[in-house]
Design a protein around this ligand. Structure first.
Ligand SMILES: O=P(O)(O)OC[C@H]1O[C@](O)(CO)[C@@H](O)[C@@H]1O
Length: 460
């Protein structure tokens, strides 16, 4: 039974013009490998292990999250402090469902304005603070580890300033902490201050946490139907559970095709939605894909693109550059919004008559189809992923689909899709350079390594 979540056309994404899926051996072996990978992902043993907890998020009770969302909705502004998986999910949901205009996030008819402090840039943090009225602002600090330097720097500065303006007692009433239920510095802070908090289940990794309080608390405050978002993920899970071949199972198909193209030297994947509302979906996907699969010299590089914007920036490379990419064009069938273009009334604009009477969304869709058709006509592997409309239900389905695709692809690549050891060295070097006690050696090593960079220089 279709759940009307999405349609995935893959006729032009099969290697060797589709012969791979007809000649059986490689395709059948891959399907068997995907069946094993799916069994591994969903096995009862693994289900309770660190990293696998996100599989249960579509079934979790959202009452606490919804209650926190209602509490946050009473404020004029919500500042979410977090980075990576502790920020990208909220940005993606807000961009997709409330703020399709990609360079302005704070307009909201129904709820507070959302600001996300997701970098340790003093100019950004100061500017953000100056945009809010502290007496009408809630601070939501999100960190699984509770120790990420950028998040802690922003939290310390914003929290101390909030206390300075409101006094601690009142400031505590405007604070929500989302962190590990048992461990970490922020959990200790909650215990000390007895402030409001929500758990990020310890078995859920940051980049797989959008369907937990991490992505849903602020989204609920902004008026997103988080129950519908979760229902979309559940519906996708039902689809995937019931589909035992690559032709039926979109997660197996996407993971399998990435694997087949990876073997053929296409180690980049371009996600190109033709909808402003999905721009931050590509940012969220880039962390999910890059941090999950980039291990042991393996993995494919996620390239964010936006249609039609990147037709005027990247498509030259996509059509005439190296044939090292798998493309996914995402289209939204019903955009809801309709803009009919007027016929030009100025004589000099007469050549634009062909635009007159056209609907802008139909034009964008024609561009999406044209880009996909161009890539297909050049033998570049391209997938066409179409969602009926961009609403909470379909977004939930899309999120869950890509989480499963990423985990399965990790299994095919024989890497652990749930850890991220490669990020730690840079953090230790940072602590060393900042003079943090116990990191003196890291500081020395980092300075030594940086000396190699500046050993040759040209300045002007
Ligand atoms: O939620 P935390 O622990 O602050 O981590 C933020 C992000 O930093 C990382 O650990 C990478 O450094 C990501 O995996 C994570 O999403």
């Amino acid at each position: 039974m279709t759940q009307n979540l999405l349609k995935l056309d893959f006729g032009a994404a099969l290697p060797e013009g589709g012969s791979v899926s007809r000649n059986g051996s490689e395709w059948d072996a891959l399907e068997e490998a995907l069946r094993d990978a799916d069994g591994w992902l969903r096995s009862d043993v693994n289900r309770r292990r660190d990293g696998f907890g996100w599989l249960d998020l579509p079934q979790t009770d959202l009452a606490e999250v919804i209650e926190a969302g209602q509490w946050l909705a009473a404020f004029d502004a919500v500042i979410q402090v977090g980075i990576g998986g502790s920020a990208l999910g909220s940005l993606m949901v807000a961009n997709a469902l409330l703020h399709p205009c990609h360079n302005e996030l704070s307009r909201s008819e129904r709820g507070p304005r959302l600001y996300v402090a997701d970098n340790a840039d003093p100019a950004g943090t100061r500017a953000l603070w100056e945009m809010v009225d502290p007496s009408r602002t809630a601070l939501v600090v999100v960190s699984k580890s509770g120790s990420t330097a950028e998040t802690m720097a922003n939290f310390l500065w914003l929290w101390e300033n909030l206390k300075k303006v409101l006094g601690e007692e009142r400031a505590l009433k405007q604070l929500l902490v989302v962190t590990d239920p048992e461990k970490g510095l922020l959990r200790a802070f909650v215990a000390e201050k007895k402030c409001r908090s929500l758990p990020l289940p310890s078995t859920v990794g940051g980049r797989y946490s959008v369907l937990s309080a991490v992505g849903l608390a602020a989204s609920a405050a902004l008026g997103v139907d988080v129950t519908d978002l979760q229902a979309g993920a559940r519906a996708m899970d039902e689809v995937l559970l019931g589909a035992g071949t690559m032709e039926e199972n979109p997660a197996w198909l996407l993971a399998g095709l990435h694997w087949l193209h990876f073997l053929r030297g296409r180690n980049m994947t371009v996600l190109m939605p033709y909808a402003d509302g999905l721009r931050d979906f590509t940012e969220w996907f880039a962390q999910l894909w890059g941090e999950s699969l980039g291990k042991e010299g393996k993995g494919s590089t996620p390239l964010r693109a936006l249609g039609a914007v990147d037709q005027h920036s990247q498509v030259q490379l996509y059509t005439a550059g190296p044939d090292d990419k798998l493309f996914t064009i995402i289209d939204v069938a019903d955009r809801g919004e309709r803009l009919i273009l007027p016929s030009p009334s100025d004589a000099s604009l007469a050549p634009l008559a062909y635009l007159g009477g056209q609907e802008m969304g139909a034009m964008l869709q024609a561009e999406a189809r044209a880009t996909a058709a161009t890539l297909a006509s050049l033998g570049r592997p391209v997938l066409w992923l179409e969602i009926p409309r961009l609403d909470a239900f379909r977004l939930g389905g899309l999120v869950y689909l890509y989480e499963v695709v990423t985990a399965l692809t990790g299994r095919l690549l024989s890497v652990d899709p749930f850890d991220q050891p490669g990020v730690e060295q840079g953090k230790r070097f940072t602590y060393g350079l900042m003079g943090r006690k116990g990191f003196e050696e890291e500081g020395r090593k980092s300075t030594e390594a940086f000396a190699r960079i500046e050993s040759r220089t040209v300045s002007c």
